[in-house]
Each structure stands twice: as structure tokens, then as C-alpha cells.
Design a protein around this ligand. Structure first.
Ligand SMILES: [Fe+2]
Length: 194
């Protein structure tokens, strides 16, 4: 039996989903926000299951996973892992791990291209592999929606806290200025012997 032409696609999915699980699990274990942690854990489990399901399908078709020939979704995986494991805040990790692509304005104006649009171009895909690919694509899109929602919420909350801190500093400065003015007039009164 010759190697199916869609094998590189299955191989890349198996390799990158395993990396996705590693990355999201590392982030989940350090996440401070409980809802974000839950979402990261859930998607990490999905990623791991996808890696195993595609590894199994490749095995059924007589092929083994080969990381060296796989398309690498994560170009700087070690750096991303270091970031996921770091003590940075969740909002900072969203910025670093999604390279700032998650700003709401940018996302709404310029929706990212669908990375799955070419998956069924190969007309030799058998029904069993096709069913697996279909489930995979639907779950990936669902994971994307879940994570984007959490990323937007966490970043909006962090911005709110920052604005609150700026307001607090401004009111403290105003308070100090009025105290200084009061002190100045008291000194004048003392100097005038009143
Ligand atoms: Fe994935």
C-alpha cells in the first residue's frame, strides 16, 4: 500500500497538536484567573486528544509521526514555553503568546484567515480520515472562540485595573496639592502672628 498523499497533513496536525497541549497545559498551571485556567485546561485536553487521534490514524495507515518533516505552527516554541511558564500576568501572556493579535479592534476589522480552508482539497481522503478531520476542524474553531473570549475578557479586566490605578494616583496628587495649599496658608497665618 502506497503512502496516502494526505499523510503530511495528518503528521503536521499530530505534531502541532501535541505542542499545543504542552503550551496550554504549562500556561494553565500558572494561570491566575480561574476561568481562563479552566478554558486553557479544557483546550489543552482537546489538543492532546487530537494529537493521539491523528497519531492513531497514521498508525492505522501504516505511518509513524515524524516531527522533523512536520510544518511547524510554533516557530519559536521554546520561547513560547518559557513565557507560558513565567510569572508574567495572564494579560501579558495573552499579548506575548498571541503576539498582540488579540486586540478587539484589530480582530473585528481584520478577521484572521481560516487555517483549515484547504484541508479537504485532497480528494483521496478516505471516509474515516475525513470524519476525523471534520471533527478536528469543528473542535479547533470552537476552541478558538472559547480562548478568544477569555483572552479579550482577561485583557479588558487588566486595562480596567490599570485605569483605576491611574485614577487613584490622580486623586492622590490632587489631595496632596490641596494639603500643600492649606499648609502654606497656615504658615502665613503663623508668620503674621494670628
Ligand atoms: Fe489545535
Amino acid at each position: 500500500m502506497s503512502t496516502p498523499t494526505f499523510m503530511p497533513l495528518l503528521n503536521s496536525i499530530a505534531v502541532n497538536e501535541a505542542k499545543g497541549q504542552k503550551l496550554l497545559s504549562a500556561w494553565a498551571s500558572t494561570a491566575k484567573d480561574p476561568k481562563l485556567k479552566e478554558a486553557l485546561t479544557f483546550v489543552a485536553i482537546r489538543e492532546g486528544e487530537h494529537a493521539m487521534a491523528f497519531t492513531k490514524r497514521m498508525c492505522e495507515l501504516g505511518c509513524a509521526v515524524d516531527e522533523t518533516s512536520a510544518y511547524q505552527v510554533f516557530k519559536n516554541f521554546d520561547d513560547l514555553m518559557a513565557c507560558a511558564c513565567s510569572a508574567a500576568t495572564d494579560a501579558e501572556k495573552v499579548e506575548m503568546l498571541t503576539r498582540g493579535e488579540r486586540s478587539e479592534g484589530e480582530r473585528h476589522q481584520n478577521e484572521p484567515k481560516d487555517p483549515f480552508r484547504g484541508f479537504f482539497k485532497d480528494t483521496t481522503i478516505d471516509p474515516q480520515t475525513g470524519a476525523l478531520l471534520g471533527r478536528y476542524i469543528a473542535e479547533e474553531r470552537d476552541s478558538g472562540r472559547l480562548l478568544r473570549g477569555e483572552y479579550d475578557r482577561v485583557c479588558a479586566e487588566a486595562r480596567g485595573r490599570k485605569n483605576h490605578a491611574v485614577d487613584d494616583i490622580a486623586s492622590l496628587k490632587a489631595c496632596v496639592s490641596s494639603l500643600e495649599a492649606e499648609l502654606k496658608s497656615l504658615r502665613k497665618m503663623i508668620a503674621a502672628g494670628r
